[in-house]
Design a protein around this ligand. Structure first.
Ligand code: SF4
Length: 413
């Protein structure tokens, strides 16, 4: 890559892909961007070129992505008011960047009790949270006998069975669950479907190298990209609205990022179930094996966001605002239309050092770029009222729609 741009760009310079910006492009860049602006998407070769184009051409790329976002999602950017339920932080896997997971016996290990779930859900619902994010370690019962005993005391044999019970509690308290419990079987997804308005699993990367010795996923068997793509495919067959995304900076190459986005795009083209793509950046944490690994730079993240937008013009594209609090305007300029879950009550337990933004502050940032900020449900409106929603969830969704009223974008029937 060339020399990196630093600092926030003047938004006036990228407000539209005007003739001046286009005239500065090489022929290859101009052809790719013009094709994208015509709504024709971009080829892999064009995406690979665009994600690595020279810095002086970056304003045109961002302007094109921003223009496509405006065309498809208008002048509103959304977020999901949520509470984070870290049901257990025990995990079968050992990703080299993770500070969330712990082994049984560690003072920092936990498994939430049903009464904890109810108490948090009750408070969260009263605070206006809609999403109950069940986010937890991957299949700890396969690794830890003591955890199997804990599950047994709770009346369950598997984590997924227990998570389903937690989802029922959250629903009972008026919240809408969205579960990311790692790799799930078809049967497990079937069991969670009537209790979750959507499910999630980060693809992270299609790169098989990350599973090799020394790679970020060497000790994380469930991070096999083939297994994750297969789960996402099965979720499509099961008509489950699905959240996924890529993780930047964990040892993948720049082309790997394009290949990962293409794999997601192909699944969505086939099944229509990918409701949003998260473009998340690795953060180096001091207690991990990857503490000294460089973090992706702001414009590197923006390039990935913009190329994702050009590859999938109508997709909901999200960057977590708490991981990059000083780059929010840049990401709006790069074509995002969503900030994901933000909680007034609970930490981001995966990144507890990164506080959520205040909604008033985020609203002002969006307004400075010309966008309104609006809450949404953990399932996007294009899926509510369709076969993607299990009939058992319709009353909860309708209750939410009535409770919140039509002023909430994304909560329409
Ligand atoms: S990132 Fe997820 S799968 Fe990997 S160790 Fe942490 S909790 Fe487990």
């Amino acid at each position: 890559m060339g020399i990196r741009l630093t600092g926030i760009m003047d938004p006036r310079s990228i407000s539209s892909p005007n003739a001046t910006l286009l005239s500065r492009l090489t022929k290859t860049s101009a052809e790719a961007i013009e094709k994208a602006l015509e709504g024709l998407g971009v080829s892999d070769a064009q995406a690979l070129h665009l994600i690595d184009l020279p810095d002086e051409e970056l304003p045109a790329l961002l302007a094109a992505a921003s223009s496509l976002r405006d065309r498809h999602t208008g002048a509103t950017v959304t977020y999901s008011p949520k509470a984070f339920f870290p049901v257990t932080n025990l995990c079968l896997d050992r990703c080299s960047y993770c500070t969330f997971r712990h082994d049984p016996g560690s003072p920092a290990a936990w498994t939430m009790l049903p009464e904890d779930v109810r108490q948090v859900a009750n408070r969260a619902a009263h605070m206006g949270c809609i999403e109950a994010l069940m986010c937890l370690g991957d299949k700890p019962e396969r690794a830890f006998k003591s955890y199997r005993a804990t599950l047994s005391v709770l009346g369950h044999e598997t984590t997924v069975s227990y998570v389903a019970a937690c989802c029922a509690i959250a629903l009972d308290e008026g919240m809408l669950p969205h579960t990311n419990a790692g790799l799930l079987s078809r049967e497990e997804m079937i069991s969670l479907r009537p209790l979750n308005v959507s499910l999630g699993l980060m693809l992270e990367s299609t790169s098989p190298r990350l599973r090799e010795r020394g790679g970020a996923h060497f000790s994380a068997p469930d991070k096999d990209p083939g297994l994750r793509l297969e789960m996402m495919r099965q979720a499509g067959e099961l008509r489950i609205p699905f959240t996924t995304g890529i993780l930047l900076g964990i040892g993948e190459s720049i082309p790997d990022r394009v290949h990962s986005l293409r794999a997601i795009a192909e699944l969505h083209q086939r099944y229509g179930h990918i409701q949003e793509i998260i473009v998340q950046n690795f953060r180096a944490k001091s207690s991990t094996k990857m503490a000294a690994t460089p973090e992706p730079e702001s414009f590197e993240i923006a390039r990935a966001v913009a190329v994702a937008r050009l590859m999938m013009p109508s997709m909901n594209i999200q960057v977590p605002p708490n991981l990059n609090p000083y780059d929010l305007r840049l990401f709006l300029q790069a074509g995002i239309n969503d900030w994901g879950g933000i909680s007034p009550l609970t930490l981001d337990f995966v990144n507890p050092e990164a506080p959520w933004p205040q909604i008033t502050s985020l609203r002002a940032t969006c307004a400075s770029e010309g966008y309104a900020l609006a809450p949404r449900m953990p399932v996007y409106p294009e899926y509510t009222g369709t076969e993607f929603i299990d009939p058992a969830l319709r009353p909860a969704i309708e209750a939410q729609q009535q409770r919140e009223g039509a002023h909430h974008v994304g909560i329409h029937a």
